[in-house]
Write a protein that binds this ligand. Structure first.
Ligand code: ATP
Length: 363
């Protein structure tokens, strides 16, 4: 079973909510649609489920075009939250509930309940009611209810959004494990990047109805395709510093001028030689990759510490170059005092280069 979306588009009057997206989700794959509010994630999910009809393009499930099929004929499972159990029903009855509408035999229902409760390790608590369960157990029952119908694919819209922080952490890992064992494609909509980074096999980052990058969690973080993805993924946000290329060597050593007459010499992608001196670029560096020292650093730039924010094991500092702010995250033991002058270094290989069109420069 697979999900294929080709040129999928949804317009509401003048508004293009989903703009010609192409996406394939494999059997057993968990794909997260991630993006800011209003970028079209839920509309995409609803078109797969059949709750919205596509204006253009195709929804193909298991090789069959399903554009014209009603939701129930697509046999997809869409759920909005992993919660809301019936308090008066036992775990077994809660699990069986979605099957009653299917008109299947009691023997088959019992078989499915047994299978799902084994997968989710609920066998020992089938006779309890939700009030007698720990929070994590309730969640597993709720997941069980979403998967028991044996649908063609699973679609989840912000499934963990109502949970407290600790439960969310537990559930992220568990859900991923369960979904990978089910041999069905899964699409999860979330605006929470940590959720996407931990649960997804691949992430589709969306903006304004378009997909900006589809890649593994590792690659969207380490190799963002463009400025939007670079700025959207990762907290604190990647530093994005406008600069002018002054010279570049074939080994990737390059000099940049940043506003305020500072010069920065760094080791970047050797493709930097494809750009002519004088080209405007944006340098991207993650706050955890920046290095600082009290002494001048060869090729580095000088900055002043504006604000220091302790974050427990790490400290976030806001540095100022005179024209730009830079965020730095460092071990809490590094002494940082507001007002101090420090030198900032961009270590070799840590800097992303974005050209004027916002695309990443890379081999
Ligand atoms: P959120 O995370 O806030 O739910 P989203 O990424 O899921 O956002 P969608 O709900 O898909 O975004 O909405 C995409 C755009 O389409 C938004 O501008 C929204 O206002 C608009 N939209 C969604 N449904 C409708 C509708 N039924 N009629 C008109 N506009 C709609």
């Amino acid at each position: 079973m697979t999900i294929q979306l080709t040129n999928l588009t949804k317009r509401f009057g003048d508004l293009t909510a989903v703009d010609a997206i192409d996406l394939d989700v494999d059997n057993g794959e968990v794909l997260c649609l991630l993006g800011p509010s209003g970028c079209g994630k839920t509309t995409t999910l609803r078109m797969i489920a059949g709750l919205e009809f596509a204006t253009e393009g195709e929804v193909i499930l298991g090789g069959n075009r399903v554009n014209e099929l009603a939701p129930r004929d697509r046999n997809v499972a869409m759920s909005f939250q992993f919660y809301a159990l019936y308090p008066s029903l036992s775990v077994a009855d809660n699990l069986a509930y979605p099957l009653h509408a299917e008109g299947i035999t009691k023997a088959e229902i019992d078989k499915r309940v047994a299978q799902v409760s084994q997968t989710l390790q609920l066998d020992g608590i089938l006779n309890r009611t939700p009030g007698q369960l720990a929070e994590g157990e309730k969640q597993r029952v709720a997941v069980g209810r979403s998967i028991i119908r044996d649908p063609n694919c699973f679609l989840f819209d912000e499934p963990l959004s109502r949970l407290d922080v600790q439960l969310r952490e537990e559930m992220r890992g568990e859900i991923k494990e369960v979904l990978q064992d089910l041999s069905r494609p899964t699409v999860i909509v979330t605006h929470d990047q940590l959720e996407a980074l931990t649960m997804a096999d691949r992430i589709a980052v969306m903006r304004d109805g378009r997909i900006e990058q589809v890649d593994t969690p590792h690659n969207v973080f380490q190799r963002p395709a463009n400025l939007f993805v670079a700025g959207f993924i990762g907290t604190p946000q990647m530093n994005l510093l406008p600069a002018t290329l002054t010279s570049a060597q074939p080994d990737g050593t390059a000099d940049f001028a940043i506003q305020g007459d500072q010069k920065l010499a760094i080791q970047v992608d050797p493709r930097i030689t494809e750009l002519a001196p004088g080209t405007q670029v944006t340098l991207g560096i993650r706050p955890r990759n920046l290095e600082i020292s009290k002494d001048p650093i060869d090729g580095g730039i000088s900055t002043k510490i504006d604000i220091v924010e302790p974050m427990g094991a790490e400290t976030l500092a806001h540095l100022h170059t005179g024209h730009h702010d830079l965020r730095l995250v460092t071990d809490w033991r590094v002494p940082l005092a507001e007002g101090d002058q420090v030198h900032t270094r961009f270590p070799p290989g840590a800097t992303h280069i974005f050209t004027e069109d916002g695309e990443a420069l890379r081999s």
